[in-house]
Design a protein around this ligand. Structure first.
Ligand code: FES
Ligand code: FES
Length: 168
């Protein structure tokens, strides 16, 4: 927490998170993941490895999925961030979330926020993907529970629902 780092220089990061400007004064060596989880209490993105390997911390920055554990918080200045807290609309799950739930695309759920934001961002840019293309798109996200097949099935179904107009 910021109070634990009394005496360190601080920096104000002007970031827009899930469509809302959220200026944050924090310490410059904090990661983007720490800024979201600890400064903004957005705990959807998870810290798995902390070394850029698992994708549990994935957030979308200016339309690209990135590992929040590898990005320093000041690098979010002036950027737009999407986290899993921002994908539902009007109290309804996003088609990606809904299909993941319906088709068994999650078990423990620790990896799920990372998969969801990766997939939402990818499917918005690639509305009619093949199974192989989906597998490549989620290659940076690891899951220890599902075996991936159900996640891929869910994302193919979500793509279909998005083409039919859901999630807008
Ligand atoms: S926690 Fe960031 S990639 Fe694993
Ligand atoms: S559902 Fe447990 S790690 Fe993916």
């Amino acid at each position: 927490m910021l109070q634990e780092r009394v005496g360190q220089a601080t920096v104000t990061v002007h970031v827009t998170v899930n469509g809302v400007p959220r200026p944050v004064t924090t310490v410059p060596n904090r990661t983007a993941l720490e800024l979201l989880r600890e400064d903004l209490a957005l705990t959807g993105a998870k810290e798995g490895c902390g070394t850029g390997d698992c994708g549990a911390c994935t957030i979308v920055v200016d339309g690209r999925p990135v590992n929040g554990c590898l990005l320093l918080a000041p690098m979010l200045d002036g950027k737009t961030v999407l986290t899993v807290e921002g994908v539902a609309r009007g109290g309804k799950l996003h088609p990606v979330q809904q299909a993941m739930v319906e088709m068994g695309g999650l078990q423990c759920g620790f990896c799920t926020p990372g998969f969801v934001v990766t997939a939402v961002n990818y499917l918005e840019q690639h509305p009619n993907p093949t199974e192989d293309e989906i597998r490549v798109a989620i290659a940076g996200n690891l899951c220890r529970c599902t075996g991936y097949s159900k996640i891929v099935d869910a994302l193919l179904e979500a793509a279909k629902r998005m083409r039919e107009g859901e999630g807008r």
